[in-house]
Design a protein around this ligand. Sequence first.
Ligand SMILES: NC(=O)c1ccc[n+]([C@@H]2O[C@H](COP(=O)([O-])OP(=O)(O)OC[C@H]3O[C@@H](n4cnc5c(N)ncnc54)[C@H](OP(=O)(O)O)[C@@H]3O)[C@@H](O)[C@H]2O)c1
Length: 267
Amino acid sequence: MKPKRLALIGGGQMGRALLGGILTSSILEEDDVCLVDPCQATQQWWRENHSEVECLGLSDAIAASQAILIAVKPNQVSSVASVDGVDFTERLVVSIAAGVSLTRLASLVGHERVIRVMPNTPSLVRQGASGFCCGKSVTQADRDWVQSLLNCVGLAVEVAESQMDAVTGLSGSGPAYVCLVIEALADGGVHAGLPRSLAMKLATQTVLGTAKMIEETGRHPGELKDAVASPGGTTIAAIAELEKNAVRSGLIQAVIASANRSRQMDA
Ligand SMILES: NC(=O)c1ccc[n+]([C@@H]2O[C@H](COP(=O)([O-])OP(=O)(O)OC[C@H]3O[C@@H](n4cnc5c(N)ncnc54)[C@H](OP(=O)(O)O)[C@@H]3O)[C@@H](O)[C@H]2O)c1
């Protein structure tokens, strides 16, 4: 068996999004990766989309790899680490399981060369935003490698572990808030007389374009908002409605609620 650089444990939604994006860059070749996943439908997806990625049993995959990416559900992480004959010694272990702390990961795999990542679903289209934090034995080369892998599917920032709940509340859960905003904008468009499909297209492009404009110009969103709100005009009338309905406060509270829930799950 050719030595693998990475074993993906759990090739479901997020595993596909991350590894799929990474494989379309040339940082890793399919031949460098193996998959462990009991689900027939998942194995089938990998065979059809990345045919050179070998599907192996857990012990063989770990023995063959230098790094392990754990992408199973949080409640399945313990079962991965407790399989007989599995030895994580000298392997970098990266986990995307929500709420599984570095301490817990280290105790499961038996060392502190562990990295915890909170990715988000836009990674599927290589526009993700991930936060990650590192255990005590992670080297600079490990950090740089994981950062470069995550950058294949979007933005990646290293944070302190104490900030991971806030990352969960903002970018981890954030795609759901933005979907809700786009859906609501489209509903408004329909109410004002547009056909549904056109309203959805305009709402989506407005969010996409505004985010791009903030990113590319580096200007503060408040400044860009002021620039389109002319005295006595349509936009300021709309903003007054948003403020009346506490939209800003609702979004702030949403991030805090998600971060608090993540903190409870961590405990
Ligand atoms: N989706 C998100 O928005 C998101 C965002 C950030 C982080 N995450 C994290 O990403 C992780 C994966 O989520 P997901 O949505 O990708 O889940 P998923 O689609 O259910 O994928 C998990 C895969 O792992 C397989 N699996 C179960 N036990 C296994 C084992 N012992 N060894 C190897 N594979 C095993 C599952 O097979 P079965 O279906 O047969 O169980 C499934 O194919 C979670 O921990 C979640 O917290 C997800």
